[in-house]
Write a protein that binds this ligand. Structure first.
Ligand code: C2E
Ligand code: MG
Ligand code: MG
Ligand code: MG
Length: 292
């Protein structure tokens, strides 16, 4: 920023840095109360089976309705929650709320294969994380196979050797594990085979530029081939156009998540579509949003 404004603007730059710090500090204070005040909610984004066109699974995504600022994006508040340790109570709440919701849906006969929940590094590294997951499964009575925990590639690879043990313990609870933002870190392919994971989520940055003649297209089709050999599910994240969808279908990508079908929405809006043919039912919605 300082550069854009020409030389001698070091002070403006510093002031802006301070402002940013200050606003993080204020947000942190508000975030402390957000849970108790009921300002956090979960939205759910469907993952569509590319063959049947039905909702297979949903990802729970946290939303913060700030009384003055309105919706604060998770990319803004999750890092603050991580840095302050608030991610622990927030993460527990997310896990509990998501599992409770999935159990309600299953009891109502709305079949979803999995509910995917994001877990951050700080949470995963806490010594009682495994016990927390156990407790939530016990208390919500959600059959473990319906829970999928998403960990980013960088969390898993930060200490792959040590994490394999932790992941195995989680897996033994009967839950599924997914690698989020796959392709953005530096997964050792050797570890990929040893990890007890069942799903790769291809990062949005690759999807936006896929096509038969692009580097991203080549990377994505290579990931899909690899996943098939290793018998892993693949979710393509951030699918926005029917061209991207066609490419993924042609290359046998199993699950599609993205604005082409639906953004994350409140439970009331998502639940009516569970088990139904997403493709046909949502055609009008897709057209209305101008995505097609
Ligand atoms: P993520 O886990 O990779 O989630 C996918 C993000 O991509 C979501 O953003 C989703 O709304 C967005 N997305 C999905 N489809 C499309 C698309 O077609 N186009 C575009 N442009 N975006 C799409 P969101 O909800 O803002 O979340 C951002 C990140 O915040 C998440 O990335 C995740 O890392 C983190 N996050 C969200 N909720 C939680 C939570 O409960 N716990 C933790 N630890 N992290 C969370
Ligand atoms: Mg995720
Ligand atoms: Mg992701
Ligand atoms: Mg992400």
């Amino acid at each position: 920023i300082a550069k854009e404004r020409g030389g001698g603007c070091f002070t403006c730059y510093r002031q802006e840095m301070n402002l940013a710090d200050e606003s993080s500090f204020l947000l942190e204070n508000d975030l402390r109360d957000a849970l108790n005040k009921g300002q956090l909610t979960l939205h759910y984004q469907p993952q569509i089976d590319a063959v049947s066109g039905k909702i297979s699974s949903v990802e729970a995504l946290c939303r913060w309705e700030h009384p003055l600022l309105g919706m604060v994006a998770p990319d803004r508040f999750i890092p603050i929650a991580e840095a302050s340790g608030l991610i622990v109570p927030i993460g527990d709440w997310v896990l509990e709320t998501a599992c409770k919701q999935a159990k309600v849906w299953l009891d109502e006969g709305k079949h979803i294969h999995r509910i995917a929940v994001n877990v951050s590094a700080y949470q995963f590294n806490k010594h009682d994380f495994l016990n927390n997951v156990k407790r939530v499964l016990r208390e919500t009575k959600l059959p473990p196979k319906h829970l999928e925990i998403e960990l980013t590639e960088s969390i898993i690879m930060s200490d792959a050797e040590e994490n394999i043990g932790k992941l195995l313990k989680l897996k033994r609870l009967g839950i599924e594990l997914a690698v989020d933002d796959f392709g953005t870190g530096y997964s050792s392919l050797a570890y990929l085979k040893q990890l007890p994971i069942s799903t790769l989520k291809i990062d949005r940055s690759f999807i936006s530029n896929i096509g038969d003649d692009t580097t991203e297209g080549a990377i994505v089709s290579a990931i899909l081939t690899l996943a098939q050999k290793l018998k892993l599910n693949v979710v393509a994240e951030g699918v926005e156009t029917s061209e991207q969808f066609d490419f993924l279908r042609k290359n046998q990508c199993g699950l599609i998540q993205g604005f082409l079908f639906s953004p994350a929405r409140p439970k009331e809006e998502i639940q009516q579509f569970i088990g139904k043919q997403f493709k046909n039912d949502w055609d009008t919605c897709i057209n209305k949003n101008g995505n097609k």
